[in-house]
Design a protein around this ligand. Structure first.
Ligand code: KIV
Ligand code: ZN
Length: 512
């Protein structure tokens, strides 16, 4: 039988961004979109254009600049939504409008208050309206897996008749099991007479941890498109993870007889990029892209690996973009060695960025004997966070760290002198306040900036091994009901914390 090519529809920028705490700004979205196109995804869902002016702007910016993949905007079956999506996609090389309407009895009765007949009419009207504005229309039957199969068949037939080129059968609440999903997709193929006129897609959520399994079952039953996200981001427990579905199809080609256009060697770099811009760390044991995904700890496993890698490895780490580098960089390493290592790690640095990374690398080498891959990644990612990488302008009036002097003792309030700078102006604050050193730093910054903000979340971890390892701090700050993320890395955790808070304050200024 001929091998099928499954379309990969990435929704990191839309459903992925719905993950709590994963919001991205415009320049970050553009960076992720460019990396997705480079990875070879067929469709990039860039956002939900009607949702906010910011969403409109990002769908439009992605549509204007990204080539090689279809660019898609979500829209309800409402004329205004569809018109807004079409407007945002105006300059896309290959635009797609994605209209959706819930079809399950639960949603029809409680949310939409619609009869089954009205439900079909609305879906058809939405698709027809969209089809007049764009040749490529996807229709999603939201909560399809809890929809009566008879009604779902009627909806699918009607929207294909109305002009939908792709019909998506989402497991919106992550309720389906793999065998149930297989049966549902097979039933559609058997019962919908015009089903061959459209691509059948799935979009499965991970509430029961089965999103990848249900998507694979759908592919076996005939689905030609899978919707997924980098690192499995998405509403609640997330969506089907792109890297997992792609590698499952590739590794178990003997079962699925299907391939994708994804350049799998780019999976680890894009996973890191998305983790950096969203601040959502990839768990070490995450399949395919986690740091431990190819680490062998037990003696028996290590012995087997030395004798032959296939004893304990079903995929090669290089195939997903993990490149082994034994060389540790240090004080005497040059610019070329740094550029080469960055490239191996998935970052091609232009001359300007290389100079900045090299400058920071030299400062770090003065404080730390061995510089590991994780340290170099942290340097590059910090520059991305500060908006200095990839042609993104740094906020010219942004705050930066200068120095501190801190005295702490158990059961005593900390005493702190903090110096920070904005532009050319330096500010000093001396305080005797806070529950501990971090709180004290935060209060001092709040006083200097005059911003009435509070800390929502604080995370600190080490970047690499060893007692001189750098501390990596991520902070979520609440200001006027909005959450802003900041990130800082340093061999000194207090400095990393200060940088993270200032980074969040700078993002606030940039956004507001
Ligand atoms: O989960 C879902 O059903 C969705 C649709 C809008 C496709 O995200
Ligand atoms: Zn979804």
């Amino acid at each position: 039988m001929l091998m099928r090519t499954i379309k990969i529809f990435d929704t990191t920028l839309r459903d992925g961004e719905q993950s709590p705490g994963a919001s991205m700004n415009l320049s970050e979205k553009l960076k992720v979109a460019a990396a997705l196109a480079d990875l070879g995804v067929d469709v990039i869902e860039a956002g939900f254009a009607i949702a906010s002016p910011g969403d409109f702007e990002s769908v439009q910016a992605v549509a204007n600049s990204i080539k090689g993949s279809s660019i898609c905007s979500l829209a309800r079956c409402v004329e205004k939504d569809i018109e807004t999506a079409a407007k945002a996609l105006e300059n896309a090389e290959q635009p797609r409008i994605h209209v959706f309407l819930a079809t399950s009895p639960i949603h029809r009765e409680h949310k939409l208050r619609m009869t089954p007949e009205r439900n079909i009419e609305s879906a058809v009207a939405g698709v027809k309206f969209a089809r007049n504005l764009c040749p490529d229309i996807e229709f999603s039957a939201e909560d399809a897996t809890r929809t009566e199969i008879e009604h779902l068949c009627r909806v699918v037939e009607a929207v294909i008749e109305a002009g939908a080129t792709t019909v998506n059968i989402p497991d919106t609440v992550g309720y389906s099991t793999p065998s149930e999903m297989y049966e549902r997709i097979r039933s559609l193929f058997e019962r919908v007479p015009n089903i061959d006129k459209a691509v059948i897609s799935v979009h499965n959520h991970n509430d029961l941890g089965m999103a990848v399994a249900t998507s694979l079952a759908a592919v076996q039953a005939g689905a030609g498109q899978v919707e997924c996200t980098i690192n499995g981001l998405g509403e609640r427990a997330g969506n089907c993870s792109l890297e997992e579905i792609v590698m499952a199809l590739k590794t178990r080609n003997d079962i699925y007889n299907a391939t994708t256009r994804i350049i799998t060697q780019k999976l680890v770099p894009i996973s890191r990029l998305v983790s950096t811009v969203t601040g959502l760390k990839v768990p070490r044991n995450k399949a395919i892209v986690g740091q431990n995904a190819f680490a062998h700890e037990s003696g028996i496993h290590q012995d087997g690996m030395l004798k032959h890698p296939t004893t304990y490895e079903i995929m090669s780490p290089a195939d997903v973009g993990f490149l082994k580098t034994d060389l540790v960089l240090g004080k005497h390493s040059g610019r070329a060695a740094l550029a080469d290592r960055a490239k191996t790690l998935g970052y091609e640095l232009d001359a300007e960025l290389l100079s900045k990374v090299f400058e920071e690398f030299k400062k770090l080498a003065d404080r730390k004997k061995n510089i590991y891959d994780e340290d170099i990644l942290a340097l590059i990612e910090q520059l991305i966070h500060e908006g200095q990488a990839g042609g993104v302008p740094k906020v010219s009036s942004g705050w930066s760290f200068v120095s501190y002097n801190l005295h702490c003792q158990t059961d005593k309030t900390p005493t702190l002198m903090l110096k920070i700078r904005r532009g050319e102006q330096e500010y000093t604050k001396e305080i005797n306040a806070g529950d501990g050193p971090i709180d004290s730093i935060f209060l001092a910054i709040r006083d200097i900036t005059g911003l009435d903000m509070s800390v929502k979340e604080f995370r600190a971890q080490s970047v690499s091994a060893g007692e001189d390892a750098q501390g990596d701090v991520t902070i979520l700050i609440d200001y006027k009901g909005e959450t802003y993320r900041g990130h800082g890395v340093s061999t000194d955790t207090i400095e990393a914390t200060t940088v993270a808070i200032l980074n969040a304050v700078n993002r606030m200024a940039e956004t507001r």
